[in-house]
Design a protein. Structure first.
Length: 393
């Protein structure tokens, strides 16, 4: 029971060994015993802490519950309209290893397309369990029929069950069961796949929430909350190891005018392009985030002011590869106003540093006149300004 993670369950027994022994002692025989095993497995599926943990438990334990030789889940990638075995990546499981050896295919790296009227699409669209004597039709387009036939003879496959993964009519994939007998208990198979699909959906929702909780939905870079926490974490390191830290804040020039003239949709595209260009210009542990509207921040750990100016040059050069429309409709390079702040002289907390940067940025924009419109960098910090003059040549 190494995949037991739910402490509410674990705390109810002295240890996992006792847990298993207690259930083994009370387990009924025959079909009732397999239904009993189904309940226990679904308990673990719903208490798993991650998709990989849950899928690993399913692939390992489902054959015993269903009396299958192997169990093979394929998840639907809705964006690309393919079935993928991505959740199985890195999984080492004896039942699956035997199947891979027989089919001469790495089943953990498989992707299957879903052409119109293809058998695989029919399984998903019809939402019904398909029982077949062979997987030749299912593997069509990936594994040759003679290879499939030879593999099934080697494994002793006499029947396969192809079960669509559905929750409230929404498809999530297909689970393949291989059997060495023909009297399949379809009810147990369907119940197990139903719980597996529910667990997969819930865990995917949780992981998406956790992942995108720190991501700006428009630009796909980190948000203000994330970079605030990242700055605080770096400040702890700065205080402990006497390291430098700089933050660059950029404001896209004339974005309000662009948004007014071309609409919010085009404005969002421009922001996304700017964010991508900034992200491509840095590398970990440097972090790019959107602070709000057309303002971005770049966290530069272990970077002093002079080095931050050099990085800023790179950031602005990257931004200049993004085109916007000029007054005559011709493409022009994107420009931005910039402020650079450093620890400890400009602030001792994330809030102080960002507030200082925004204040400097506002002053820089106020000072910006017609002459400044032709420049790409403008900061109120003396060293950054001097370096900027050098950069402008």
């Amino acid at each position: 029971m190494r995949w037991l993670k739910n402490r509410k369950i674990a705390d109810a027994v002295e240890d996992a060994g006792t847990f298993i022994e207690d259930f083994d002692a009370s387990r009924p025989a025959g079909r009732e015993g397999r239904l009993f095993d189904l309940v226990i497995l679904t308990l673990f599926l719903h208490s798993a802490g991650s998709i990989s943990e849950m899928v690993g438990a399913f692939v390992e334990k489902a054959p015993a519950v269903t009396e299958a030789m192997f169990v093979y889940p394929l998840v639907l990638d809705k964006k690309r309209d393919v079935l993928t075995a991505a959740p199985l990546e890195g999984l080492v499981e004896p039942h699956l290893e035997r199947a891979m050896d027989a089919y001469q295919e790495d089943l953990t790296a498989v992707e299957l397309d879903l052409p119109v009227r293809h058998f695989r699409r029919q399984i998903i669209e019809q939402g019904e369990v398909h029982l077949r004597a062979s997987m030749v039709e299912f593997w069509d387009g990936l594994i040759a029929a003679d290879v499939v036939t030879e593999a099934e003879e080697k494994l002793g496959v006499k029947k396969v069950a192809l079960v669509p993964m559905l929750v409230e009519g929404e498809p999530y994939g297909i689970v393949v069961f291989g059997f060495d007998h023909t009297d399949i208990d379809a009810e147990i198979v369907e119940l197990l796949v139903g719980h597996f699909t529910l667990s997969l959906r819930d865990l995917a929702t949780q992981e998406d929430t956790a992942r995108f909780n720190d991501i700006d939905p428009v630009t796909w870079v980190h948000n203000r909350r994330f970079i605030g926490e990242a700055i605080e974490d770096e400040l702890v390191r700065c205080g402990r190891y006497a390291k430098a830290l700089s933050v660059v804040v950029l404001d896209i020039d004339d974005f309000g005018q662009f948004n007014a003239e071309y609409g919010q949709s085009m404005g969002d595209r421009l922001l996304r392009s700017a964010a991508v260009s900034l992200a491509e210009a840095v590398s970990p542990p440097e972090v790019v985030a959107r602070l709000g509207n057309d303002e971005f921040a770049v966290l530069l750990p272990e970077t002093n002011r002079a080095a931050a100016v050099s990085v800023t040059t790179r950031l602005l050069a990257s931004l200049s590869q993004v085109s916007v429309f000029g007054d005559d409709g011709s493409p022009e390079p994107l420009k931005a106003s910039v402020a650079i702040v450093c620890f400890p002289e400009d602030g001792a907390s994330a809030r102080d540093l960002l507030d200082s940067a925004m204040s400097d940025l506002a002053q820089a924009k106020r000072e910006r006149g017609e002459q400044m419109r032709a420049q790409q960098v403008r900061t109120v910090n003396p060293l950054a300004r001097a370096s900027g003059e050098h950069l402008r040549g």
